[in-house]
Design a protein around this ligand. Structure first.
Ligand code: PLP
Length: 405
């Protein structure tokens, strides 16, 4: 049975509208994806009938919400095949997940003179938290570069790892180049030298099956809103052996065992890292989004997204003066490009007038812009509800706009 895209599209109400008098073509999925009715309904059900702050009361509403929140954690655990729910922390998203690790792992394990390896293709969310931590602890960032076609030079890793290295933090899939990094191999190489690995899975978890036990990663961070759930909810997977040794990130309610003015003891995992009221309705919606996508055939979705990417790539290559950034053999549905003589912001604005939503700018990846010596790029990114017809309309629009300049 093939994937019925029109049936899938029917689940996403936002797609069925006109923008500037044209049918919306939404190609900004790497920034955020849209939500199916099933996720909206699940969240609304809790907002309308079942809302109660979790873990803190004995009443009906709080009990129902607590139960749904903890069930959602189990659904997320199962999704990434973590060994236990205690290793699945709800956060506000990938950014908070990485800040949590940079802060708490840094406090526990990083000292003056130590080194943290990140790659040249990281999103700012996997650069800045490490820089902040390094500044506090007197440590240093070391960068694993990529080649001009957007492939990490992983053979350099063995040289970059020294006796000062404390952690490797690397993206699963680049949000600007689309490159799918060989994270299993990176983890393996780092582990051979006893270096733990954090994987930024913001663009990986939406498109690939994640088995954290098989990968043996130490941390894996991802966001709900990039995989058909709401904003403000994400997950940090962490191995218990690290989480147990790391101090809390934020202090407040829920993360404590006992508070006195002289001393506070902390709650068990995962609550030690979930201070304050979490976005529990978002977590419940996140689980509904996971149910939604796992009910579809993942190999067919993958096949569909690969087809969209190769169709778009071969069409865009026909446009004279168009440069695609990132041509790794294994890419997710992301194409970043520029057209010579056309400012990316003009392109984005004019495409918007034709109802086409793309991203323009620095893509939260300044080092990638610097690598290619450009100020900005245009990025089209695809999700399971996009179609070949939309790709063709996008191509036609680009050809028309190119002719205008
Ligand atoms: N890492 C990557 C690779 C991303 O693409 C993004 C968002 O675009 C992030 C991290 C940050 O995710 P969030 O804004 O959901 O925290």
């Amino acid at each position: 049975m093939t994937l019925d895209i029109s049936k899938i599209r029917a689940d996403f109400p936002i797609l069925h509208q006109q923008v500037n008098g044209k049918p919306l073509i939404y190609f900004d999925n790497a920034a955020t994806t849209q939500r199916p009715q099933q996720v909206i309904d699940r969240e609304n059900e809790f907002s309308l009938k079942i809302n109660g702050n979790i873990h803190r009361a004995t009443h009906y509403l709080a009990n129902k919400t607590t139960e749904a929140y903890e069930n959602s954690r189990e659904i997320l655990r199962n999704f990434i095949n973590a060994a236990e729910t205690a290793e699945v922390l709800f956060t506000h998203g990938t950014t908070e997940s990485i800040n949590l690790v940079a802060h708490s792992f840094g406090e526990a394990f990083i000292n003056a003179g130590d080194e943290v390896i990140i790659s040249e293709m990281e999103h700012h969310a996997n650069i800045v938290p490490w820089q902040m931590m390094c500044a506090r602890r007197g440590a240093k960032i070391v960068v694993l570069p990529f080649s001009n076609d957007g492939i990490l030079k992983i053979n350099l890793l063995d040289q970059l790892i020294t006796d000062k290295t404390r952690i490797l933090a690397v993206t699963h899939v680049s949000n600007s180049l689309g490159t799918v990094n060989p994270i299993a191999e990176l983890i393996n190489r780092a582990h051979l030298k006893n270096i733990p690995v954090l994987v930024d899975g913001a663009q990986g978890a939406p498109h690939y099956t994640i088995d954290v036990q098989k990968l043996d990663c130490d941390f894996y961070a991802f966001s709900g809103h990039k995989m058909y759930a709401s904003t403000g909810i994400g997950v940090l997977y962490g191995k218990r052996k690290w989480l147990d040794q790391m101090p809390p990130f934020l202090g407040g309610g829920e993360m404590i065992d006992k508070v006195t003015f002289s001393k506070t003891t902390y709650n068990e995992l995962p609550y030690k890292f979930e201070a304050g009221t979490p976005h529990y309705i978002g977590a419940i919606g996140f689980a509904a989004a996971i149910d939604y996508s796992t009910n579809l055939d993942s190999s067919q979705i993958h096949h569909h997204e690969c087809n969209l990417l190769s169709h778009a790539t071969s069409l865009l290559k026909n446009i004279e003066g168009l440069t695609i950034y990132g041509e790794a053999p294994e890419k997710a549905g992301v194409i970043s490009f520029n057209i010579a003589g056309v400012h990316p912001f003009d392109l984005g604005t004019l495409l918007n007038q034709m109802g086409i939503a793309v991203r323009t700018g620095r893509l939260c990846a300044d080092p990638v812009m610097d690598h290619f010596g450009v100020e900005n790029m245009v990025r089209a990114s695809f999700a399971l509800y996009n179609t070949s017809e939309e790709i063709e309309a996008f191509y036609t629009a680009l050809v028309r706009l190119k002719a205008m300049f």
